[in-house]
Design a protein around this ligand. Sequence first.
Ligand SMILES: [Zn+2]
Length: 63
Amino acid sequence: MTKACKSCHLLVESEAACPICGGTEFSERYNSVVQIFDASKSEIAAKLGAKAPGRYAIKIRDR
Ligand SMILES: [Zn+2]
């Protein structure tokens, strides 16, 4: 089950901690997924605060 990191919005599969920010809080309730290839050139990445390529959730619903 894909889940989204609550701090940086990165989507991960089964990791216990987020590989980017080290966060351990995830939500399985999110919408609007975006694929970021080059974080330094992406406006969406800047908006999300994403610093690494990957798939991110734009919106995370808390519960
Ligand atoms: Zn994270």
